[in-house]
Structures are given as structure tokens and as C-alpha cells.
Write a protein of this length. Structure first.
Lengths: 193, 193
DNA sequence: CTTGTAAGTGGAAAAAATTCCACTTAGTAT
DNA sequence: ATACTAAGTGGAATTTTTTCCACTTACAAG
């Protein structure tokens, strides 16, 4: 998506993997609490400076932690089999997108919530959001050619915020099915011609 | 809204006001950057411990900074004149709510964004969100009695996230009018019977 | 092989958030 | 007035994030 800069040096790539593994281990062992940059660096056997060079900041690290799932997800809607991928009618693809998104939220909501709120606007600045947004814009454009596609794509994505999902499921006790039904209802309302 | 605990001691109330004034001054002078707890405490002539005792954490402080506006806003939709307050038909009230919300976002988006992302789920845990949500639930219930009101209220509120507003207006260059039109379109789609 | 150099590194230092607690004080009860 | 106590206070200490830079290293070109 971004122009590929020259590849990382071998030692840098090695450190990136070690840091990612350390972060995943710490998260598995102590949840999002124990996930301090110093602890991650220590476990990976590097200095904290390296964490910053590889990932920019805590947002970048948490982002990288969910990135393999994100990559699969993007492949799914960009070139996977229908109805998520190309081939199905746009409204079906939107529903499939919503379902796949909720799958991810169910699997990684807490970590995604940290990634999204690591800094104000972290979610909207991310490449993942841009990719999701672009995809939804193109689908909505087919269904409602005269509407403001960019705005509607945002309106479809915001209810899929990880923090909201955690709140609905944990704080408010809504079932997964109820959330899914709600999402589909909104997709239908917003995108149907 | 919460059961009133015994009132603050006079000196504590004085410090609360001093801290709030200091925070507002620093924000006016240096934006959200210069808004460190130490600087706030120093300008108010207190120790940092007092900031924590009065406001809990940074989220609490930023929240308090936007609270007088929030209070006016809640009075507006709870007991103000129609169409925002009681008296107008529910769909009109929803549109008025959306407009009033955008007014606030235009005035304080940056600060609201800090408050909302001060911690994961800060937005959804806040009393303000609960009040907005309850209000929307009651309006949506009148329009779409068979729908999932709680979910739809969330779906109406998420596109009004401060971080998204900043992104749309500043990063993406959307005009205020365009955002307003988008919001009204979504309200219509989601809430119309 | 050398060598040049851009990329990478660790960890000390700075900045900021948060906790903690010995001391002070406002308000109340006697 | 006096004494009591729950609330409040300041700031040092702790924790974590973030910046910075002198030193090291991978690797490409000769």
C-alpha cells in the first residue's frame, strides 16, 4: 500500500521478530497491563531504543501485534472468495465484511482497543483504517451512487470500534449474536439503495 | 445524576477551581501539548498529588475541562426548548441533537479527543456518554419500537466521536457543512421508522 | 578482502504520569 | 475554646514513556 522502502537490515528484522514475540508472550502472560516497553525490550534482549526504532511507539507495537490477522483480513476482502471477496453483490459483501470484522473483534478486542487509543486518532491514522475505509467506499458507491461515500464508510466503521465492542460485550453484557444482529441492521439501513 | 456525596471542603473546592483555571489557561496558551499535570499543578500553586485527588487522572481533568459545556448540552436536550428539548417529534429531536453535538465538536474537538482517548474505553465509561445514550435510546424507541434501541443509540453516537471529527475536518479536509449533512443522513437512515 | 556509510543499537537521560504517605487543616462535636 | 477526625495537601519516589546520541555493524561497491 505504501511504496516499499528498502528492506530492513537482517539484524533489524531479527530484532523486530524478537520484540514482537516478546510482546506476544508478555501479553499472553500478563494481559495488557504487563505490556510495558521496557519489559518488552528486556525480554527480547534489546534496549528500549530499538523498540522505538522498529515500531515508533506503543501504538505501532500493538498495531504490529495484530497485523498478521489484519493482513489475512485484507486479503480476504480484497482477493478472497465471495461473499467477502470480489464476486458477490455489494450488499452481501458489506455484510460479510461486518461479520469478518466482528470475528476479529471477538478474537482480539482488548489488544485492538489498546492499539486504537494508544494516541488520539491512532485508529484513523492507521493504514488498516485507510484500507477498510477505501474498501467500504467502493462498495457503498455501487449501492448509493449519489451519497457521500467517504462519510458513510466512516459511519459504517465507527460502530466497529474495538473499545465500543469491549464495552458492549463486557460492561453491558450484550451477546455476540446481539452485536452481530445490530451491526447487520446498521449496514442494511445505511447501505441499502 | 450520581448520589451526591458530602460536599467538598472549602479549600478543596478552591483548589479544584484553581486547577481547572490553570488547565484552561495552559491549554489556551500551548494547546494539548503543554497540558502536563505537573505544569497544571505548578500554575495552580498546588502539588501534583492534589490534581490526582481532585480529578483522579488526566482523563478526569480533561473531562472536567469540558464539563460546563456538557452540562449546558444536557440541560438543552433534557429540559430546553424544542426541537432539542421535549415537545418536538422524536426524529426532529434527533436531528437537533446531532446538530448540537456537532456544535460542541466544532468548539472543542481537540480537547474532547484527548478526554475520549485518555484511556481505552474512557468515552464509554463516562457519565456523559451514558446520558447521551439514554437520551437516544428513548427517542429511538419511539421511532422504531421493535429495534435494538441500545445498539442503535451506540451506532448514532459513534460517528460523533471527537477523534473522527478531527480526522474528517483536519486530515481529510471535509467542510463543517459536509460533516453535518453526513450526520443528518445517518440519523435519517438509522432512526426513520 | 577493504572500506564507506547508512542503518541500527543500547542504554543513559529527560519528561511525564501515577503512587504514596507524613504532615496539615477545615469543620464539627463537646 | 479545645480537641478530634476525616479530608486534604505537597512533593519526593516510583513507574513508564520517549528522546537522544556516541558507538557498532551489515552490506554494497571497488
Amino acid at each position: 500500500m505504501a511504496g516499499a522502502a528498502r528492506p530492513e537490515r537482517a539484524d533489524a528484522a531479527r530484532n523486530r521478530q524478537a520484540l514482537l514475540a516478546a510482546a506476544r508472550e508478555l501479553h499472553a502472560e500478563h494481559g495488557t497491563e504487563g505490556l510495558t516497553l521496557e519489559a518488552v525490550a528486556a525480554r527480547a534482549g534489546t534496549g528500549v531504543g530499538t523498540v522505538y526504532r522498529r515500531f515508533g511507539d506503543l501504538a505501532g507495537l500493538t498495531h504490529a501485534m495484530v497485523d498478521s490477522q489484519e493482513y489475512e483480513f485484507q486479503r480476504g476482502f480484497l482477493e478472497g472468495p465471495p461473499p467477502l471477496g470480489p464476486g458477490a453483490p455489494p450488499l452481501e459483501r458489506l455484510h460479510a465484511f461486518a461479520d469478518a470484522f466482528v470475528d476479529r473483534l471477538e478474537a482480539q478486542a482488548e489488544l485492538l482497543a489498546v492499539a486504537e487509543t494508544a494516541s488520539p486518532r491512532a485508529r484513523y491514522r492507521s493504514g488498516a483504517y485507510a484500507a477498510h475505509h477505501a474498501h467500504l467506499v467502493s462498495l457503498v458507491a455501487e449501492l448509493r451512487p449519489d451519497a457521500d461515500h467517504a462519510y458513510l464508510a466512516d459511519a459504517l466503521l465507527t460502530p466497529l470500534e474495538a473499545a465500543l465492542h469491549v464495552h458492549q460485550r463486557q460492561e453491558r453484557g450484550m451477546s455476540e449474536e446481539r452485536v452481530r444482529a445490530g451491526v447487520h441492521g446498521v449496514v442494511d439501513r445505511i447501505a441499502r439503495p
